[in-house]
Design a protein around this ligand. Structure first.
Ligand code: GLU
Ligand code: ZN
Length: 506
């Protein structure tokens, strides 16, 4: 492959995201989507979203839908693909069978492929022999030049052939957009199967065929696919020869591996790999997208907090780092927390609501009182949580009335000796208030507990906090009590007092 056959730099950028709909969307896949999106948006190019669903046994409609949802949730739009259509459709490979059959026929007619009748057992035996002899273990070219008579014999014996691509026999080199000059020796890239014996076309055929037909100029994808690149370069040359596509080979860029715990590659099976975990825990799409961007790319200075729009503005493949990226869930959570704090408070409240509903604190339709509580507490929670699933535990006390409210057992230990009498004094001072609001509550408790009993504020308010909110860590206490109301606050203080006295007696 020489440079002049490769995509020239000045034609409009067309990139693609082409996942296979198997399992749940995962971090590696979403990082690839994000980088392609950012490159398309940065260059005012086109993002093609193609679904590689030629493997009927592994692909599912559910995964397909989850992919679309994941893109929508992250805020990544596409210019051609499912739901939006485009001039190169259909964009689901399962609907492109006739196109592949036609290309496969033309490749065969031009001599780029041949029928291979080797059985899996025969291949295994020869691979083993090659291994023993210290030769490369890939396909050995056994069927490259079968005579018509040999082919007839195989057929007569009831063998159905696979179709193999005939590699051109020369080394492959290319200037990788991320990794620079790369090369593969010819003997390490043997002839490969493009169509199964049952006629099913494989990734090795359909991926480059679609890249060619869809005019893809840049292929940005994970490093795990590096070994397929020489095969695809060979295929692009063949496709150009038979007039499929523009005749220009895309440029390739391989995004770095993502490493998980223990310095091994993050696997699809790691919980922090699965998008479902982020949805479950209430990450913000802004936060996750921001963190995914840092897996191999940098803003250019020390900036680590930025929006998708800012990323698109700055995105440059030259700043993709070829070294493995380390996945750091703590950092991801912390960036998510930063995003939590910049949301408009109404927006934050809207996003928190489903988590309160899921926890059973609020019904499908919030009552007026619940809606008012959510609005009032939102600015206080927003400062204190990093993921939305932390909200129910922190503010559940506001939505539980009467018997539904209980102190968290682990926090009830704050009811130490003397808590009972302190709570009794607190209750008395609160009962006397003519107005129930934050400053009045604070003044009453300071006067009665800190000045009156001489308690340290931390200890004095600690028992009240656990009594009222059920936990030692809560939103600001006096505001919380104002929101909860006098009756319910006093009822809880009394219940805690009884409990503290019982503990002291026992
Ligand atoms: N469907 C392939 C995958 O999900 C696409 C690989 C590529 O980007 O070429 O691994
Ligand atoms: Zn063979």
């Amino acid at each position: 492959m020489n440079a002049s056959q490769q995509q020239s730099a000045d034609s409009p950028v067309r990139v693609r995201f082409c996942p296979s709909p198997t399992g749940n969307p995962h971090v590696g896949m979403l990082r690839t989507a994000l980088f392609n999106w950012a490159y398309a948006r940065h260059t005012s190019g086109t993002l093609v979203f193609r679904i590689e669903d030629t493997d009927a046994e592994r692909d599912s409609e559910e995964s397909y839908q989850a992919l679309l949802d994941a893109m929508g949730w992250l805020g990544l739009d596409w210019d051609e693909g499912p739901e939006v259509g485009g001039p190169h459709g259909p964009y689901r490979q399962s609907e492109r069978g006739p196109i592949y059959a036609d290309v496969a026929t033309r490749l065969a007619e031009a001599g780029f492929t041949y029928e291979c009748f080797c059985s899996p057992e025969e291949l295994a035996v020869r691979r083993e022999a090659a291994k023993v002899a210290g030769r490369p273990q890939g396909y050995d070219g056994h069927c490259r030049n079968l005579s018509d008579a040999e082919i007839a014999d195989y057929r007569a014996a009831g063998r159905d052939p696979v179709i193999r691509f005939r590699m051109p026999g020369h080394d492959f080199r290319w200037d990788d957009l991320v990794r620079g000059e790369l090369s593969f020796r010819a003997e390490h890239v043997p002839d490969f199967v493009i169509v199964r014996a049952n006629g099913q076309p494989l990734y090795t055929l359909v991926n480059p065929v679609d890249d060619a037909l869809m005019g893809i100029t840049h292929v940005l994808r994970g490093e795990d696919l590096l070994s397929s690149t020489p095969r695809q370069l060979a295929m692009h040359a063949a496709l150009a020869d038979i007039g499929v596509g523009s005749g220009r080979t895309p440029r390739f860029g391989h995004l770095p591996y993502v490493m998980g715990e223990g310095n091994r590659k993050l696997s699809k099976r790691d919980p922090e790999s699965s998008l479902a975990m982020y949805l479950e825990r209430g990450f913000l799409p802004e936060g996750l997208a921001n963190y995914l961007a840092l897996l191999g790319w940098s803003f250019g200075d020390d900036t680590e907090f930025f929006s998708l729009a800012q990323m698109a503005e700055r995105f440059d493949i030259a700043r993709v780092n070829p070294n493995p990226a380390r996945f750091d869930l703590k950092k991801c959570i912390s960036i998510n927390g930063d995003w939590m704090r910049v949301l408009e408070v109404d927006d934050f409240a809207t996003r928190m609501l489903p988590f309160l509903q899921r926890a059973g604190l609020i019904g499908d339709v919030p009552t007026d009182r619940q809606a008012a509580l959510v609005a009032a507490i939102a600015p206080l929670v927003q400062e204190r949580i990093e993921t939305l699933d932390q909200a129910p535990a922190m503010i559940g006390f506001l939505f539980q009335e009467g018997a539904a409210f209980t102190m968290a057992e682990a926090d009830a230990v704050a009811m130490v000796d003397g808590s009972g009498s302190a709570l009794a004094v607190a209750a008395e001072s609160l009962q006397a208030l003519s107005e129930w609001n934050t400053p009045a509550i604070e003044a009453a408790l300071r006067t009665s507990l800190v000045e009156g009993l001489g308690l340290k504020p931390r200890k004095a308010f600690g028992s009240v906090r656990v009594a009222v909110t059920g936990r030692r860590v809560s939103p600001p206490l006096f505001e919380s009590m104002e929101l909860l109301g006098r009756d319910e606050s006093l009822r809880r203080i009394e219940a805690a007092r009884v409990r503290a006295e019982a503990a002291a007696d026992g």
